[in-house]
Write a protein that binds this ligand. Structure first.
Ligand code: SF4
Ligand code: SF4
Length: 171
């Protein structure tokens, strides 16, 4: 039976450095041609992963990555702080060149409580945060996201590890 163990980010980073290339190669293969039953397998693995991983012992996404803020996020979150969208953007965000996405200026995220790894705006957090790390979503649409995240997110790493173990011996 699986058991939740606290995430050790240092040892995770070492493992990820060692495995990320093979994991990315595997994800590229899945992106091009996923085996039959891929979505059901991903849904099953997603459930298993969350029996093992406790995000509150990690928060590496909130510490090292930025969400993108959609117009709806901006409206909702700025209103919560009694700010206009422009005031909120000036205080916390920058516009990424190229994509035009609104991103956090600072890391860790200003809304992360570093004492307990909890999000201080959890109920109204950006949609990007609410969906992260997108594990049960369609592999062909999200493999490129997982390829980036395998070295930052222990849950993504574990999901890919499990998929490799399930798929490679059978293929
Ligand atoms: S808004 Fe909350 S969930 Fe999103 S990155 Fe910041 S602390 Fe994390
Ligand atoms: S989603 Fe991934 S990176 Fe974020 S807290 Fe959970 S395991 Fe850590």
């Amino acid at each position: 039976m699986s058991k939740m163990t606290p995430i050790n980010i240092r040892s995770f980073k070492q493992k990820a450095r060692y495995k990320k290339r093979s994991f990315r190669r595997f994800l590229t293969k899945l992106e091009k041609k996923a085996p039959r039953g891929m979505e059901a397998l991903a849904a099953k693995m997603d459930k298993e992963v969350w029996k093992e991983i406790d995000c509150l012992t990690c928060a590496n996404c909130c510490k090292t990555m930025t969400p993108t803020f959609t117009p709806a996020d901006l409206k909702r979150i700025s209103a919560h702080f009694g700010q206009t969208v422009d005031e909120f953007k000036t205080k916390w965000l920058y516009k990424e060149r190229g994509s035009g996405d609104w991103m956090n200026k600072k890391e860790p995220c200003q809304f992360l409580n570093l004492k307990d790894n909890k999000c201080s705006i959890y109920a109204i957090r950006p949609a990007d945060c609410a969906g992260f790390p997108h594990l049960p979503k369609k592999m062909k649409d999200f493999a490129h996201v997982h390829k980036q995240n395998v070295e930052y997110c222990p849950a993504t790493f574990r999901m890919v590890e499990k998929l490799m173990a399930a798929i490679i011996p059978a293929s």
